[in-house]
Design a protein around this ligand. Structure first.
Ligand code: DX5
Ligand code: ZN
Length: 219
């Protein structure tokens, strides 16, 4: 059985009591925390950046899973590493020197991830499959929480898992966007093992939502 991880996305948290929301996620049993950085260029919206990450690092030992939705992410690897990121994931579409930047993330002692948008084919990753710890497949257009899962993503997850299997790689596949209790089993069956969930976790009883997700993931 492949090990699975739940990575609640704090984009949907209430920032007036972010620390409390993060505590609930931890108490529910999550092991990762997904941190969405948006620059207003690569995606239309702007979220949060370095100072918030530094504060989050101080109050939690969750694995900080930083998803950079920014142009030329190579400019900011050191800063996000200094602020406490554990995993840094960069968009293939936004990065001029993908291999070099991924290598730079690993040189900092962090896990390196690469991410593609729904319209970008898995094949663009062929050259870097053995140079990443995690591949993130966006299952909505990046930029906003609360969107609906794009159904064709399921086949894309399956295809990527086969590409990895064919090379004997156990690389993590993360999925991000529109994941709910209702479609969780579908993405797990297709081969995803790191699950991002924003609006489905941070609405109502956060602890219970996390427990419900984990129950499905562990059965
Ligand atoms: C969207 C972000 C996601 C977002 C997911 O661009 O990358 O991490 O928070 O939110 P939900 O789970 O609500 O689709
Ligand atoms: Zn994300």
């Amino acid at each position: 059985m492949r090990k699975t991880y739940l990575s609640p996305s704090i984009l949907s948290a209430d920032f007036a009591h972010l620390g409390e929301d993060i505590r609930c996620v931890k108490e529910g049993g999550a092991t990762y925390l997904h941190y969405d950085v948006m620059d207003g260029r690569f995606v239309p919206s702007i979220s949060f950046g370095m100072p918030v990450l530094r504060s989050v690092r101080k109050i939690t030992d969750l694995v900080l899973d930083v998803h950079l939705m920014i142009e030329e992410p190579e400019r900011y690897i050191d800063e996000f590493a200094d602020c406490g990121a554990d995993i840094i994931t960069i968009h293939q579409e936004a990065c001029r020197d993908l291999k070099g930047t991924l290598a730079g993330i690993r040189e900092r002692g962090l896990k390196a991830g690469v991410v593609i948008k729904p319209g970008t084919p898995n094949q663009v990753l062929a050259d870097v499959l053995d140079q990443v710890d995690m591949i993130l497949l966006m299952t909505v257009e990046p930029g906003f929480g609360g969107q609906a899962y794009i159904p064709s993503s399921t086949e894309k997850i399956r295809e990527l898992r086969s590409m990895l299997d064919a090379r004997g790689l156990q690389t993590d596949i993360e999925v991000d966007g529109g994941i709910k209790k209702e479609n969780l089993q579908t993405v797990l069956d297709a081969g995803a093992n790191v699950i991002v969930a924003g609006s489905a976790v941070f609405a109502g009883d956060i602890r219970q939502n996390v427990r419900d997700f984990l129950t499905i993931m562990q059965r």
